[in-house]
Design a binder for this molecule. Structure first.
Ligand code: ARG
Length: 463
């Protein structure tokens, strides 16, 4: 066999006496989806080769050749000229075989002291780390959009709901800051997950480590890994870091679906709280009046696939004996799709949220309907010396009267209110107004506009 001769059908030509079945080749290949890790695969190979020079396993002349070859390959891939081959199964073999075509026998030396098992585990971690580093700023961008809307609408009054029934008035800005807080925890989860993603399995080789005098510390430094995996069997086989990322993603999408649902409701003709910018909506092919909130609906719907991927990954890893199993190749598609879904949803919402228009008059009027200041009246009576349960009863009677006569508490004459309790005085109207109600909730975490502004200020500092 000449130096450049590569068996195109089998990874280790010596072992086999028959070629792989064409369907099996297709069935077992991962190149269709793992090629998106080409950059990380090359990055890992360069670091590995540099380490091999330090360990006197490769010469610096050989290193130069390898780097030149890999640089050319990267350019070929990025210009669309690279010929992907199913026969070469995956990204690792596609690149290695091409490298050997370009630089000859030195290309075959690159794999010294490593295995595709630690190579792929390293690639996924590098890939996921890069993606996390794009997702985190996108999450902060969304938060910034939420903040700008919160600031604009910090004093805008809307009904707050429990059971989707009008409960108490809140400020729109306060509602936005609830979303902000949810994303804050999601960001914390992702930052924490990144620590474990950023662990280097390279050096685990196939499963037991390698006989070569490798310097894992050096490779880790070259690749920016903060930690090195402690155990080679674990290093090549576990994918808990991907599961963890997907768990973060599932929780984040759950939050996202809640924002999405509210936007869908609020933009409906029944609520009319907000208008979504036209560029984020579509029409109907038959009903000319329609403006559909497709973007929030899709984000809400996409939550399902991310949950599904979490279950896929958990089930993929369940009961797998140590160490690497081919099952693990199935980790990539769910993980990649989760990443794409998160990024797409973030991009759509990041652009849309700050341009939402709030119909202040409608939110105000909605808060006026539904006796949203009933609790305030009860609190008022408590302040006049009544027990809360008695106050609750009195206000219930007043509300029943309001329903019958179609008037809000604030619209009732003083004499009417006094017919329910003689403790009610002229000063009651201050607490029955929506403004009075929200302003009275003036403590850390409360809905008063003043508190919303303070929360925004704290949030801006944290961004
Ligand atoms: N394509 C494989 C994967 O994604 C790479 C590792 C293959 N290793 C092996 N021994 N078959 O997991």
């Amino acid at each position: 066999m000449s130096d450049n001769n590569i068996n195109n059908n089998k990874l280790s030509s010596g072992r086999f006496t028959e070629a792989t079945d064409a369907f099996v080749e297709q069935f077992t290949a991962s190149i269709m989806f793992d090629k998106r890790m080409y950059k990380q695969d090359i990055q890992g190979s360069v670091a590995h080769a540099k380490m091999l020079v330090k360990a006197n396993i490769l010469s610096s002349v050989e290193l130069d050749k390898i780097i030149t070859g890999l640089t050319q390959i990267k350019a070929e891939i990025e210009s669309g000229k690279f010929k992907w081959s199913i026969q070469q199964e995956d990204i690792h073999m596609n690149i290695e075989v091409r490298l050997t075509e370009i630089i000859g026998i030195t290309g075959k030396k690159l794999h010294t002291g490593r295995s595709r098992n630690d190579q792929v585990a390293t690639d996924i971690r590098l890939y996921l780390r890069d993606e996390i580093d794009q997702i985190l700023p996108a999450m902060q961008h969304l938060q910034a959009g939420i903040l700008s809307l919160a600031e604009k609408e910090h004093a805008t009054i809307m009904p707050g709901f429990t059971h989707l029934q009008t409960a108490q008035p809140v400020t729109f800005g306060h509602h936005m800051m609830a979303w902000f807080a949810m994303i804050n925890r999601d960001i914390e989860r992702l930052i924490d997950c990144r620590k474990r993603v950023n662990t280097m399995p390279l050096g685990s080789a196939a499963l037991a480590g390698t006989t070569y005098p490798i310097d894992r510390q050096l490779t880790a430094e070259l690749l920016g890994f903060e930690r090195i995996s402690d155990n080679s069997l674990d290093g090549v086989s576990d994918r808990d870091f991907a599961i963890e990322f997907n768990a973060f993603a599932a929780i984040f999408m759950m939050h996202f679906s809640r924002f999405a649902e509210e936007l869908v409701l609020w933009s409906s003709a029944q609520f009319k709280f907000i208008d979504l910018p036209d560029r984020f909506c579509t029409g109907s092919s038959i009903m000319p009046q329609k403006k559909n909130p497709d973007v929030p609906e899709l984000v809400r719907g996409k939550t399902g696939r991310v949950y599904g991927h979490l279950i896929s990954l958990l089930t993929l890893m369940k009961s797998q004996p140590l160490a690497y199993n081919k099952d693990n190749q199935e980790d990539k598609e769910p993980l990649f799709d989760t990443i794409d879904t998160i990024k797409g949803s973030l991009r759509a919402f990041g652009d849309m949220i700050p341009s939402i228009m709030v119909n202040k008059e409608n939110t105000y009027n909605a808060a006026k309907r539904g006796f949203s200041t009933a609790t305030d009246l009860a609190d008022y009576l408590v302040n006049k010396g009544l027990a809360f349960r008695d106050a609750h009863e009195i206000v219930g009677l007043a509300v029943a009267h309001g329903i019958k006569t179609e008037q809000d508490l604030a619209e009732m004459a003083l004499a009417t209110l006094q017919s329910f309790s003689k403790d009610i005085g002229e000063d009651v109207y201050k607490v029955l107004t929506l403004e009075g109600s929200v302003n009275a909730r003036d403590h850390l975490g409360g809905t008063a506009p003043k508190q919303v502004l303070a929360a925004i200020k704290r949030a801006k500092k944290s961004l």
